[in-house]
Structures are given as C-alpha cells and as structure tokens.
Design a protein around this ligand. Structure first.
Ligand code: ZN
Length: 202
C-alpha cells in the first residue's frame, strides 16, 4: 500500500491541466455557478462512480451517495440534498441508482451484527422480510441479492416521491421526474427499472 498521497495530488494536477488544455475557461466559468439537470442518489461503493458512469463533467450532476442508496424520511443529510437540488438548483431529474452485487444489500440479508451499519441496513432488510416468500423461490443467493438490489431501488424511488419536498414541487407544477436505475458491475451498463414518476397521476 502507498502511504504517501502524492500520487493523488499529481493525478489531480494532470486532470486539471488536461481539462484546461481543452477548455481554458472551464474552471473559471464553473466556479461562478452550477446548473445541473440531474440529482444522482447512489451507493457509496467505489465501483459505482456517478459522473464517470454517465460521462458527465463537473457541474452537470448533483450527487448524494450512501451505503445501499437508501433514502429515509429522517435522514436530514439526504433530505437536505434533495431539497437543495429541487428548490435551488431546480434539477429536472432525480435518479436513484442501485447496483447488482451490492455489499450493503447482501449484508442486510445476513443475521450477522456488523455494528452501527446494521441499523442503517435494516431499511433494506425490511424489504427482504416483507417479500420473504418471493425470495425463497429464487434459485440461488446471487439471484436473491440481485432481486433485493432491484426492489431496494424501487422502494427508495417511492421514498423520494413521498417526501414533502417532491410532493410540494409537483403541487406547484415544477417539472421533475424521479427514476430508478440499476448498474451492472460486470458490464458497466445502467438499466432503467421503469418506475419513473413525474407527479402526473401519481
Ligand atoms: Zn452498494
């Protein structure tokens, strides 16, 4: 393991230089304002880097990540991100993106106590326990984990939509769509779970 972080500073210097070589005023323009169209709510997993996956530049994607891409009604961190994104940045899309093979989702299915995070993962475990019969019918552990990864995204999309923040935005006619996607670690592709809600008839 490299104890020295100088590589990161060097990487950063080269990254900044490359961008400025292509567009000299990129950072000075960006430093004045951000106007992203999208809020990404994803897993903290290091293999699921939001901007890279959808090939967006700094300034184009507002991001919130936590273990298991969970949205709960008492998490003021996540709720504040959603509120700022909707009320101030006026994003047009919120995308909850889970991923197959999620360690947080897998851990939520186990009985092992992992400490504080076990409480956090309880939100996902609740989904598992509510659908226990459907999971038992699946052929193996991997299918069960991947199914829970999908159901978790759908649940979190519902949670986003149920927040007073999103409800108020829709009531005042603000254009806002909430989507559920899932990302494949093995092929780098995102799939739309087709649970998009726009506030019309929802
Ligand atoms: Zn994950």
């Amino acid at each position: 393991m490299n104890d020295d972080l100088s590589d990161l500073f060097e990487n950063n210097r080269l990254w900044s230089e490359n961008i400025r070589a292509a567009q000299p005023d990129f950072f000075s323009t960006l430093s004045k304002q951000q106007a992203p169209d999208y809020l990404w709510i994803g897993c903290a997993d290091s293999r699921v880097p939001a901007n890279e996956i959808v090939n967006l530049l700094p300034g184009e994607l507002f991001v919130h990540r936590n273990v298991g891409n969970v949205v709960t009604h008492t998490d003021f961190n996540c709720l504040s991100v959603i509120q700022f994104a909707i009320d101030v940045l006026k994003v047009r899309h919120i995308i909850v993106t889970g991923h197959y093979g999620c360690g947080g989702v897998a851990a939520s299915m186990q009985d092992e106590d992992l400490g504080l995070i076990t409480n956090w993962l309880r939100h996902i475990r609740d989904i598992y326990q509510r659908n226990r019969e459907a999971f038992d019918a699946l052929p193996d552990e991997k299918s069960r984990i991947d199914r829970l990864c999908e159901l978790n995204v759908k649940e979190q999309v519902r949670n986003v939509c149920d927040t007073t923040i999103v409800q108020h935005a829709w009531k005042r006619g603000q254009k806002l769509a909430v989507h559920g996607w899932i990302y494949g670690l093995s092929d780098g592709l995102v799939h739309d779970l087709k649970v998009t809600r726009t506030g019309v008839g929802t």
